[in-house]
Design a protein around this ligand. Sequence first.
Ligand SMILES: C[S@@+](CC[C@H](N)C(=O)[O-])C[C@H]1O[C@@H](n2cnc3c(N)ncnc32)[C@H](O)[C@@H]1O
Length: 212
Amino acid sequence: MREFILRARTAKTGDFDINDLPSAGRMDIVCNSVSNALNIANKLREDTVMHVVLEGSPEPPKIISFHGDSIKGMLWDEKSIAEHIRNALLKSKGQSMKKEISKGHCHSVPGPSTLKVAEGLFVEKKSFEALVKEKVKEGKQVVYLHQDGKDIRETELKKDIVVVFGDYIGMPRATEGLLDRLGAERISLGPKMLFAAHCILIVHNELDRRFG
Ligand SMILES: C[S@@+](CC[C@H](N)C(=O)[O-])C[C@H]1O[C@@H](n2cnc3c(N)ncnc32)[C@H](O)[C@@H]1O
């Protein structure tokens, strides 16, 4: 299973205008990334899940997950993807985060806070950090895409992999520290700074070459 986690730091978590995606906290980046993660010629990538962590107003954070093996009835142009995201956000309005107190700290936990809004489409009230920690706990290889990381061509990649990356703003410093502590290796896709949506295609291509 390939999982991508895009951190969309300004993308709206409530209603937005599907005719003006850049003004919805760069929802255009989110839609292009979703398309590149799941859509290939003539079929979908059934081995892939795309998680988008939306951190814009009014109810951040929210994670929308698109499952390639079960999503149905989706057209893959920007506007259609945006319509699905908008519907998911409207259906999950007011969704609350499940909290757990441990050692005096309050943090979110995975579980019944997940809302299935359509076949293969889920919304969860959870933070980027909580999702990444969950993947590490599941024993997955987690890698962080970073221009100055180790060349992807020289890196051992597992078939079951979780790939995290930032949007136009990039990853906050504190989160980079957390990713280091969690053992997420920094992987470079080459010397140029790329768009988030482009990174997905390169990673897919590398994994396709190794695992078919
Ligand atoms: C448009 S870039 C972010 C630009 C942002 N201003 C910054 O400086 O981080 C979006 C994301 O793509 C990934 N990325 C872009 N170019 C890359 C490269 N050459 N190698 C690895 N990851 C890259 C990084 O995760 C980055 O956060």
